[in-house]
Ligand binder design. Structure first.
Ligand code: AHR
Length: 501
């Protein structure tokens, strides 16, 4: 079976934004506490930042990290997390039925993000709070000095403003599970008035208004239209959130998640365009896929929630610490390819989340940190995708799926960077057989520098996961990849193992 992929080096979808490789840290479960922050851990520095985790984060390469939530932010008081740690209040976090000690807060996160080499994307609480508190945290973070709030920041040890550019106007306000859930009208008005005044305080901020929590929300579409009618003039991006899982053993549909994400992005883009046209606005609004990942929601619904309820109110309980398999990693790879194929509309994206909570990096308290299977495709794409994303056409075998219709058996994205450096990202959705791929790229001459694959390890199955004790799932060299060049371009041939990235 051979799949043909064709393109022209001049057919560019758009530049690859570095912010496409973002991640997310929420005060949830063990993401912060005993995740990236654990005073007393053998690798921690004097600020309590785990050195082993920081090392893995730097290797993973997230460029921007969203903080502090997620559902958590909709009940959060940002000022609880500043000032002397010993006097910070301990509070209930209703979103995750947990106790929040506030030992880690704003300054700690800024220090950590700096150590990780990532930009901060800060979310304000538009669930239980509103315009005033959003303004307060903005003034605290971004105003140089001379006011009560900016001087408080300076007294708390940050002489220079943090200068955050990226601000999310609340989180998933369309979801009935959200603290302070709102109708599109209510949220649209609040987001618009918050955005208007935030811009008065700092005209340089980039604002992200909350779109839909997933494509199956009953309000998807009407939510975006209503919210944008109120906010389009005032915001730069609209978010979409997308999580995928394997349901009822339907692996083919799960493997088609990248195609489902393509559709979700293109539909959202169409709604943005329609609404801008209706409003007569000549501007661009980007799509911020600021939560995406694979997530076994059944485990959350059936196991973790019950455990939370039984355990009472506790600090940093274990929640949604999904163990990712080979299949999950292959799906994550194809979701990254989808983001690359849509860079004409997607301005940034954040894999949710970074440590322990549905994360590429896991830890044990007092113990090791390790790479989950999903770590690898993210690291590879963040490191290798640069320059521009190329438009390619796929011809060949298709896969029929129950949930997402017919999709290409082989999923592809490709980038062309500086100094003649290119990268091709391929997913073989066939669980049964290897697939030969021929890629014809006109107008460019390439050789093969390296080829790697992530697939079922020797002796493993597609359900194999990495654990604290052993990490068998990782990219390995893929033999046989070859390129031949002629005056018209380059032809690359490669054979992909079954179910591989
Ligand atoms: O990432 C986990 C949760 O998923 C986030 O808190 C929320 O925004 C989403 O529903």
């Amino acid at each position: 079976m051979t799949v043909h992929i064709e393109g022209d080096a001049g057919q560019v979808i758009g530049p690859v934004p570095r912010r496409l490789f973002g991640s997310f840290v929420e005060h949830m479960g063990r993401s912060v506490y005993t995740g990236l922050y654990e005073p007393g851990h053998s690798t921690s520095d004097d600020r309590g930042f785990r050195g082993d985790v920081l090392e893995l984060v730097r290797e993973l390469g997230p460029t921007v990290v969203r903080y502090p939530g997620g559902n958590f932010v909709s009940g959060y008081r940002w000022e609880d997390g500043v000032g002397p740690a010993a006097t910070r209040p301990v509070r209930l976090d209703p979103a995750w039925h947990s106790v929040e000690s506030n030992r880690f807060g704003l300054h700690e996160f800024v220090g950590w993000a700096e150590a990780a080499g990532a930009e901060v994307m800060y979310a304000v609480n538009l669930g239980t709070r509103g315009i005033q508190e959003a303004l307060d945290v903005l003034e605290y973070c971004n105003h140089a000095g001379g006011t009560e709030l900016s001087e408080r920041r300076r007294a708390n040890g940050a002489d220079r403003p943090f200068g955050f550019k990226l601000w999310c106007l609340g989180n998933e306000m369309d979801g009935p599970w959200q603290i302070g859930h709102k109708t599109a009208e209510e949220y649209g008005r609040l987001a618009a008035e918050t955005a208007r005044v935030m811009r008065m305080v700092d005209p340089d901020v980039e604002l992200v208004v909350a779109g839909s929590s997933h494509a199956d929300m009953p309000t998807f579409g009407s939510w975006e239209r209503t919210v944008l009618r109120h906010t389009a003039e005032l915001v730069d991006h609209i978010s979409l959130h997308a999580y995928y899982q394997e349901l009822h053993g339907d692996t083919d549909s799960y493997l088609a998640s990248g195609a489902a994400l393509d559709r979700y992005i293109r539909t959202t883009a169409g709604i943005i365009d329609e609404t801008l046209a209706e409003l007569g606005l000549d501007k661009k609004i980007g799509i911020s896929v600021d939560e995406w990942n694979v997530w076994d929601l059944r485990r959350w619904n059936e196991v973790d929630q019950a455990r939370l309820a039984e355990g009472g109110w506790r600090e940093h309980p274990r929640i949604i610490e999904d163990d990712y398999t080979v299949t999950d990693a292959v799906v994550v790879g194809s979701l990254l390819s989808s983001l690359l194929r849509n860079v004409d509309r997607v301005t940034m994206a954040n894999q949710a989340q970074l440590v322990n909570v549905i994360a590429p990096i896991r830890t044990e308290p007092g113990g090791p940190a390790w790479r989950q299977t999903t770590f690898h495709p993210f690291r590879q794409v963040a490191a290798l995708a640069s320059g521009v994303s190329l438009r390619l056409a796929v011809e060949g075998e298709r896969l029929r799926t129950a949930q997402h219709g017919e999709v290409d058996l082989v999923d592809v994205a490709a980038t062309a960077g500086e100094y003649g450096r290119g990268a091709v990202f391929l997913t073989n959705r066939s669980t049964a057989s290897p697939t030969e791929v021929r890629i014809r790229l006109r107008g460019a001459r390439y050789g093969v520098y390296a080829a790697e694959t992530l697939t079922t390890p020797d002796g493993g199955t597609r359900h194999t996961a990495n654990t604290a004790a052993s990490q068998p799932v990782r990219p390995v060299p893929l033999p046989g990849a070859a390129a031949t060049s002629d005056p018209g371009g380059t032809t690359i041939t490669v054979t992909l193992p079954p179910l591989s990235w």
